[in-house]
Design a binder for this molecule. Structure first.
Ligand SMILES: Cc1cc2nc3c(=O)[nH]c(=O)nc-3n(C[C@H](O)[C@H](O)[C@H](O)COP(=O)(O)OP(=O)(O)OC[C@H]3O[C@@H](n4cnc5c(N)ncnc54)[C@H](O)[C@@H]3O)c2cc1C
Length: 421
């Protein structure tokens, strides 16, 4: 079975890799370069313990309106509000305890296989930088520390119910927090160390999977955009229409990140996808290096040490689907890092980057077959968790395409949840 995977990010590539492993004949079509989308400059955290839906019961219209500040951690650009209005209404309707708990359990069910799937990729020829250092959360504010601790405890409980197991975390006092990360500046009161989390360098993951796919004989078309779908009967796609002509396929997986919505619409189905933009700064050969990934809980900024490189990142900006880099938002991240950590380059050094996280209103991945076509599947909507969930959703999607069903219950992720009622 020839399966065309649209999108060469972490999610599309993992899907193609599992398709190949399950006996299909996948090829990837990527409009730019492999791994150059949101999968490039992200934090690289593989973080089941903080895998939660973003709409929470604590979010109110009032708190959302406060997000109009261009230097705040969450920012809704006022000029984008008309375009985003229906998305925001749907997001707000999910801010209930029940929806949050349901989403949390659904994410835990995917994460039950996350580490195993990455291990499988590593053991079968995919080479990438993958570390086992845990993640340190550090807080000046005691209330914020308590909230994060409760959140992680809830995820750990859900993981245990779902047999995901393995989320181990420990609260730290002031001294223990500084012992874990001596680069923290004074004023931190509490820490939370989540030992079970891992991190990988995302560009090595996408390059590693692409290399393994090519070595196995799968074609990756770079610089080729999918522009539509050719069908004989309007229902079954037989070829992808692309900027270089038609490419035959027996089935299609749309994994084009935040841009998947436009492709799904061309296949006759509307998915309410928008971009949750985030920013990062990557410093090569930093003068100081962190001992492990660090989350600055008061500023909502993360930082990851890679081999020879340090990256700090953060913010969630809703401003529509575009790659515009807003320098005010990068400055806000820099200010937080300068205030909280001894990283001399944070003030002005490093490479600045913006990425579009694919986001639907309930912020759960969208994995399943489109009801509008017989052979078009989708794997997207991974919000802040696209690295973490790439292997598990890639595996589940491949099972669905090849075997017609997945071992995991994919009902919470079905695109049909967006079918107009
Ligand atoms: C600042 C930041 C930090 C983050 N940190 C983490 C983290 O620590 N851990 C984590 O799990 N997640 C993190 N994320 C989220 C993660 O980066 C994303 O969820 C993930 O990269 C999405 O992967 P993707 O493959 O779906 O999309 P992408 O990587 O964007 O890939 C989609 C690809 O599709 C291509 N494409 C689009 N349209 C077409 C078309 N018509 N034809 C062909 N190709 C097309 C694009 O060029 C692109 O390369 C972070 C995100 C940001 C912004």
């Amino acid at each position: 079975m020839r399966v065309g995977v649209v999108g060469g990010g972490a999610v599309g590539l993992a899907t193609a890799w599992y398709l190949k492993r399950m006996g299909a004949d996948p090829f990837v079509v990527e409009s730019r370069a492999v791994g150059s989308g949101c999968s490039w400059g992200n934090g690289g955290w593989v973080c089941p313990a903080i895998s939660t839906p973003l709409p929470t019961p604590a979010l109110t219209w009032r708190s959302l309106l406060r997000t109009m500040r261009p230097d705040g951690p969450l920012y809704i650009r006022p000029s984008a509000v008309p375009e985003l209005a229906s998305w925001l209404l749907r997001f707000r309707s999910r801010c209930t305890q029940e929806a949050y708990r349901r989403g949390l359990r659904a994410l835990a069910s995917l994460n039950a296989v996350t580490m195993e799937r990455f291990g499988e990729m590593e053991a079968n020829g995919v080479a990438f930088e993958f570390a086992r250092a845990g993640i340190l959360f550090a807080f000046r504010d005691l209330a914020k520390a308590a909230t994060k601790q409760a959140e992680v405890a809830e995820v750990a409980a859900a993981a245990a119910i779902g047999d995901g197991g393995g989320v181990s975390h420990r609260a730290l006092d002031r001294a223990e927090t500084y012992e874990r990360e001596p680069l923290l500046r004074p004023g931190f009161e509490r820490g939370l160390f989540v030992e079970s989390e891992r991190h990988l360098r995302p560009d090595t993951l996408t390059a590693g999977v692409a290399k393994a796919l090519r070595a196995g004989g799968s074609k990756i078309h770079e610089g080729v955009a999918v522009t539509g779908f050719e069908t004989d009967d309007g229902k079954t796609v037989r070829a992808l229409a692309t900027t270089v002509g038609a490419i035959d396929a027996d089935a299609v997986v749309l994994a084009a990140g935040a841009e998947t919505g436009a492709l799904a619409a061309l296949a006759g189905f509307a998915i309410p996808l928008t971009a949750g933009k985030g920013y990062s700064v990557t410093v090569d050969d930093p003068r100081n290096q962190l001992r492990q990934p660090l989350y600055l809980g008061d500023a909502n900024v993360g930082a990851t040490p890679f081999k020879g490189t340090l990256r700090f990142f953060g913010t969630m900006e809703l401003s529509g689907i575009n790659r515009r880099l807003d320098p005010r938002r990068v400055r806000a991240i820099r200010r937080a890092v300068v205030r909280d950590v001894d990283i001399p380059e944070a003030k002005s050094g490093g490479r600045e980057w913006v990425g579009m996280r694919p986001m639907v209103p309930d912020t759960l991945p969208v994995v399943g077959k489109l009801p509008s076509r017989d052979n078009v599947y989708v794997n997207t909507g991974h919000q802040m968790l696209g690295v973490t969930l790439s292997a598990s959703t890639g595996w589940a999607t491949a099972q669905l395409v090849v075997e017609g069903r997945s071992e995991l219950d994919l009902t919470p992720f079905s695109p049909c949840r967006f079918r107009p009622s």
